[in-house]
Design a protein around this ligand. Structure first.
Ligand SMILES: Nc1ncnc2c1ncn2[C@@H]1O[C@H](COP(=O)(O)OP(=O)(O)O)[C@@H](O)[C@H]1O
Ligand SMILES: [Mg+2]
Length: 439
């Protein structure tokens, strides 16, 4: 992409309305634009990050055996009357009436709809286990939308729903999502800690929130420090028994405020390992048994021929919230520092003197070569002065900057800068390109 032909509306000044660093940086770097309270447009650079996060979530869900579908944002109120949640959900639900006076709602979650799909198609235990997910916009009329995309009213969520014959099957499904979540967040450069959580309006008796530690987090959390440093499970066989992996993480103390038990915390965790901190909830998983299947009559025939309500769980990831959460975890005074895996571009090529024949040719050659190695490059071919180019690149946080100027070229060198470490190296253009290409 050539910056001269791109749409990257960055802001020099800090927007007054933004209270936390990720929100400020998202506005300044031109990732999003607010359209109404808690409702955002995703500008091209922000959309690239959102899509990369989505792709990682999708890959890890597929690897764990979940199957993608796409349900609509608008739902019929009828389904929610069946489960009893139409009245229970309260003011957070955005209710809509169509021209035929039928009650609709903008879905805040999809348990009812997916249960309806299930009951109208699946009859037998032979079709289980089944886990269906989608990545779709949700709407919750939050009383206090704030912190930009972290607590929006419209937000993108991955939500998966598992169906099993019995509790043992449902727990295995829960474990698969638990492990998939650890790997998913690790790939984004985040250390997410699973914590015992309240089940809230979803209901049920087993639930974990996946929390990343950050001072600006909305939740108060308590855990054993060892959990924060535990490496992700990595490449596991999802057909095997995952209970030992889950147990290794759930044996140590970790709880959100609602579930916190100070006495147990002090008894189980040695003082130097007690961590009490703020956290951002990036994912939340629930096992709720037959809560919806019973109310909505979603049953299957078991091997014994007996018909029983299917056992369910649901599993959410805040895809759009993650963009803000990653920035909270990875930034400095100059701007965002994207982890490689979700950066909007892999490399920025800075042409320090656009219009100069030799510099243009070298920058163009760099851009073409990087493209051939499968890297996404953003070529700054604008006539801005070098200082302004550097500060925009620092702000938008692309992992590598390849700086090409007439003075360096006269000496046969370019400069390669690494955004995260701040390291800079002068080397020939060809070595810089082969270094980048071999990463
Ligand atoms: N208002 C919101 N804005 C952005 N992301 C949200 C919002 N509400 C929930 N999420 C994300 O969706 C995930 C699943 O939501 P869920 O646990 O059902 O919601 P809640 O925690 O608000 O009850 C959360 O872990 C969070 O990452
Ligand atoms: Mg939650």
């Amino acid at each position: 992409m050539r910056l001269s032909q791109y749409f990257l509306p960055t802001l020099r000044d800090t927007p007054a309305e933004a209270q936390i660093v990720s929100h400020r940086l998202m506005l300044r770097a031109g990732l999003v634009r607010q359209q109404a309270a808690g409702i955002y447009s995703w500008l091209p650079l922000g959309l690239r990050v959102l899509r990369r996060i989505e792709a990682i979530v999708r890959e890890e869900q597929n690897r764990a055996g979940a199957i993608e579908l796409l349900m609509p944002t608008l739902q019929s109120a009828q389904l929610w009357r069946e489960s009893g949640r139409y009245d229970d959900y309260g003011a957070e639900m955005l209710r809509i009436v169509d021209r035929h006076e039928r009650d609709l709602l903008y879905g805040p979650t999809n348990e009812e709809m997916v249960t309806d799909i299930f009951r109208s198609t699946v009859r037998s235990y032979r079709d289980l286990p089944l886990n269906l997910y989608h990545i779709q916009w949700k709407f919750r009329d939050e009383i206090r939308p704030r912190f930009g995309v972290m607590r929006g009213r419209e937000f993108l969520m991955k939500d998966a729903y598992s169906f099993d014959l019995d509790e043992a099957g449902a727990r295995a499904a829960y474990n698969r999502m638990f492990v998939a979540y650890l790997n998913t967040f690790a790939r984004m450069g985040l250390r997410a800690v699973p914590m015992r959580a309240d089940t809230g309006p979803i209901g049920g008796d087993l639930s974990h929130e996946f929390i990343i530690l950050a001072e600006t987090g909305e939740s108060q959390v308590f855990c054993d420090r060892q959990l924060v440093d535990m490496p992700p499970p990595g490449d596991v066989d999802f057909r095997s028994d995952l209970q030992p992996i889950v147990e290794a993480r759930t044996a140590l103390y970790a709880a959100t405020e609602e579930m916190h038990d100070a006495t147990r915390f002090e008894r189980e965790v040695p003082e130097e390992r007690r961590l009490s901190a703020r956290g951002i909830e990036v994912g939340h998983i629930f096992y709720f048994g037959d809560k919806y299947s019973k109310a909505m009559n979603a049953t299957v025939h078991g091997p014994d021929g007996v018909e029983r309500p299917v056992q369910m769980g649901s599993y959410g990831i805040g895809v759009s919230r993650l963009v803000g959460a990653v920035i909270e975890a990875s930034h400095d005074e100059a701007g965002i520092v994207w982890p490689d895996a979700i950066a909007p571009f892999d490399v920025a090529v800075l042409n320090l003197r656009a219009g100069d024949g030799a510099t243009d040719a070298a920058a163009q050659h760099a851009y073409d070569t990087l493209g051939r190695s499968g890297l996404e490059a953003l070529l700054d071919d604008t006539a801005e002065r070098p200082g302004a180019k550097f500060s925009v690149m620092e702000l938008i946080g692309i992992p590598w900057q390849l700086v090409i100027g007439p003075n360096g070229l006269a000496r046969g060198v370019v400069e390669l800068r690494h955004r995260a470490s701040g390291e800079r190296h002068e080397l020939s253009l060809e070595s810089a390109l082969s270094k980048l290409g071999s990463r």
